[in-house]
Ligand binder design. Structure first.
Ligand SMILES: Nc1nc2c(ncn2[C@@H]2O[C@H](COP(=O)(O)OP(=O)(O)O)[C@@H](O)[C@H]2O)c(=O)[nH]1
Ligand SMILES: [Mg+2]
Length: 311
């Protein structure tokens, strides 16, 4: 059986290995991804974003249970910033979702935000592709709503939950600008705590859809005592039902593939330019000219753009 066939059969070990090979930049991995492409595009992809500590992982675990009860196969990509200060986040996500570890129809992958530009999006895009090809019906991307790269990654998703909770700071103001617009459903989690009603009513003003003028759903949940989850899953189901309309589905796929291609192109360009500074004499001369103040960096940019070898 080829690697692509093994992935299609949902083989967990092969999936993990391929993800590792992608991380290591193995050229064969990309060939496998190319083969897998035509088996992707049909999964429901749900983005979950919000501030650290809002309860995204706890909610994700509850959503996994919901989909497993319907016998759906689930994939989860949990994106975490790795800094010396928040290195514990991945461990936290594992603990929050560990009840699903033994379930072979649940595939959970944690991804660290990497220093290199585009690195995060690149690996998440490919991991989602692998999960889709492996027949996951629903794929959840959990990502912290801080950092543009982390927020951007939900552009892969058909629907996005923005999770907030009382006590995370200045409530609604704590939700970064830019995150409100990408929400399809707002979740006010931790509604067992004081301040949840206030957070929900503050959200009401912000929840108006810029395009349609409709109010986006605001769902109150308590993930510890498992309250509001039925309302949430109902909202999510209604949202995904809209994709039965071909226009809506095509609009989504255009957005998704555009994001994917844009990022991959940027990633490759970044790499090409970085390598050129090391290997291309023209680049070296430009750099020296700037150092000697014979050329300004602005002119250097124009010259470099003209000299980038695109293939
Ligand atoms: N009181 C309360 N605590 C919650 C609720 N949901 C999650 N938590 C707790 O909040 C903390 C952060 O949850 P986590 O799911 O890791 O948040 P994430 O950083 O957004 O993924 C954990 O200690 C959870 O047990 C909730 O509905 N109510
Ligand atoms: Mg988490």
């Amino acid at each position: 059986m080829s690697i692509a066939d093994k992935i299609k059969s949902g083989d967990i070990l092969t999936m993990s290995r391929l993800i590792r090979d992608i991380d290591d930049g193995m050229p064969e991995a990309e060939i496998t991804l190319q083969k897998l492409f035509k088996h992707s595009g049909d999964s429901k992809i749900l983005g979950i974003t919000g501030l650290p500590g809002a309860g995204k992982s706890t909610l994700t675990s509850l959503l996994i249970s919901y989909y497993r009860k319907q016998n759906k196969r689930v994939g989860v990509v949990a994106v975490d910033p790795t800094s010396p200060f928040s290195g514990g986040a991945i461990l936290g996500d594992r603990i929050r979702m560990q009840e699903h570890n033994a379930d072979s129809d649940v595939f959970i992958k944690s991804v660290a935000t990497r220093g290199s530009f585009g690195g995060l999006s690149k690996s998440v895009v490919d991991i989602v592709r692998i999960m889709e090809a492996a027949g996951k019906d629903i794929i959840i991307i959990e990502t912290v709503g801080v950092g543009q790269d982390e927020i951007d990654v939900v552009r892969l998703a058909g629907q996005v939950l923005v999770v907030t909770a009382p006590g995370l700071g200045d409530d609604i103001q704590a939700i970064k600008a830019g995150i409100l617009e990408i929400a399809d459903i707002f979740v006010v989690n931790k509604c067992d705590l004081v301040g949840a009603e206030k957070a929900a009513s503050e959200l009401k003003d912000a929840a108006e859809d810029n395009i349609t003028g409709d109010l986006k759903p605001i769902v109150m949940t308590d993930s510890i005592h498992i309250k509001g989850i039925d309302e949430l899953t109902e909202s999510i189901d209604i949202g995904f039902d809209k994709f039965n309309n071909d226009n809506i589905k095509n609009e989504y796929l255009d957005r998704r593939y555009r994001y994917e291609i844009e990022y991959k192109v940027r990633d490759k360009l970044t790499e090409t330019i970085r390598e050129s500074f090391e290997n291309d004499p023209v680049f070296k001369d430009i750099l020296k000219a700037v150092r000697d103040k014979k050329m300004d960096p602005y002119t250097a940019v124009t010259k470099i753009m003209k000299n980038v070898k695109l293939t």
